[in-house]
Design a protein around this ligand. Structure first.
Ligand code: SF4
Ligand code: SF4
Length: 255
C-alpha cells in the first residue's frame, strides 16, 4: 500500500486558494528559507516538537501527551486515509473550492502526490498545489487545476544565502509550468531588510502567459516558536509596516 508522510491536514481553509479548501501539508522540503513559516515540515521524517511551558507534569509521557507539551509532527498515512479526510468536506468544495497540497514541498513525495491528485480528479475535486518550484515533475504538475508558487528573491547570491539554491532553477521551472496553460498564482513573502528586487520579480511574472495573479505577502514570524520547539533558533525579521506594503502594491496584480 502506498503511503506518505503528512505533517497535517487542515479542513475549511480559506487562505490556501479559492473557495473553501482542505489543505494537506506534506513533510519534507529541499529548501531552508531563513524565515520559514512551517519549519516543522522541512525534515521529511516525523519529528518531536517540545513546548515545556505546557507540561503539567502528569507523568503520562509513555501514553502520549494530551497537554500539547510534546507533539509529533508527521504521520505515515495511506492515500485512502488522506482521501477519507478530503472527502469529508466534498459538499463544501463549491465556488472553486477543493484541495490544496502544501508543505513543506509536496513534490518531495511526487508519487504519493500523483496518487492523491488522481483520486481527487476521479471525484471531480479541484486540485491546487503550493510549491517552492525547486522540484519539477511535468507528469504530476500538468494534472493540477491551479499552481501557487513563490519567487522570493531575484539576486542569485542573496537567494542562495537566504533560501539555499540558485533562483535560476526556480525561474526555469516556473517558465516550464507556464507553458502548460494552467493558471499560476505567483507570490513573494515581503521580508524587510532583504534586497528582494520585487520590481524585477513582478516584471518576470508579467511576461509569462499564465500568471493570473502576483501577490505580495507580509512576513509574519509564525515559524520562530515552532523552530524553538524543535531546538532550532530561527532569525526573526521585522514585520513589514502597512505603509511599506502599500508602497509595494504597485508591483502586485490580478489579470
Ligand atoms: S505527558 Fe505531556 S504534560 Fe504529561 S509529563 Fe509528559 S510532557 Fe508533561
Ligand atoms: S519553501 Fe516553504 S517550507 Fe520550504 S523552507 Fe521555504 S518557506 Fe519553508
Amino acid at each position: 500500500m502506498q503511503t506518505g508522510i503528512i505533517a497535517d491536514i487542515q479542513r475549511s481553509s480559506v487562505h490556501d486558494g479559492p473557495g473553501l479548501r482542505t489543505t494537506v501539508f506534506f513533510k519534507g522540503c529541499p529548501l531552508h528559507c531563513a524565515w520559514c513559516h512551517n519549519p516543522e515540515t522541512i525534515d521529511p521524517k516525523p519529528q518531536l516538537l517540545e513546548y515545556p511551558e505546557k507540561c503539567i507534569c502528569c507523568g503520562m509521557c509513555s501514553k502520549g501527551c494530551f497537554s500539547g507539551a510534546k507533539v509529533i509532527c508527521g504521520k505515515e498515512m495511506s492515500s485512502d486515509e488522506v482521501m477519507e479526510q478530503i472527502l469529508h468536506d466534498k459538499q463544501y468544495y463549491v465556488k472553486g473550492g477543493g484541495v490544496t497540497f502544501s508543505g513543506g514541498e509536496p513534490f518531495m513525495q511526487a508519487d504519493f502526490l500523483n496518487t492523491l491528485i488522481d483520486k481527487c480528479k476521479s471525484q471531480g475535486i479541484h486540485t491546487a498545489v503550493e510549491t517552492s518550484m525547486a522540484i519539477y515533475s511535468e507528469a504530476v504538475i500538468s494534472k493540477l487545476d491551479l499552481i501557487m508558487c513563490d519567487l522570493k528573491i531575484w539576486d542569485k547570491d542573496i537567494h542562495r544565502e537566504y533560501v539555499g539554491i540558485d533562483p535560476g532553477i526556480i525561474r526555469a521551472n516556473i517558465e516550464k509550468a507556464d507553458m502548460l496553460g494552467i493558471p499560476i498564482i505567483l507570490r513573494t513573502p515581503v521580508i524587510p531588510g532583504i534586497k528582494q528586487e520585487i520590481d524585477k520579480i513582478s516584471a518576470f511574472a508579467k511576461q509569462l502567459n499564465n500568471v493570473i495573479q502576483y501577490e505580495l505577502l507580509p512576513y509574519h514570524p509564525l515559524g520562530t516558536e515552532k523552530a524553538k520547539a524543535m531546538g532550532i533558533e530561527q532569525k526573526e525579521f521585522k514585520t513589514p509596516s502597512n505603509e511599506y506594503m502599500e508602497e509595494l502594491k504597485k508591483y502586485a496584480y490580478i489579470r
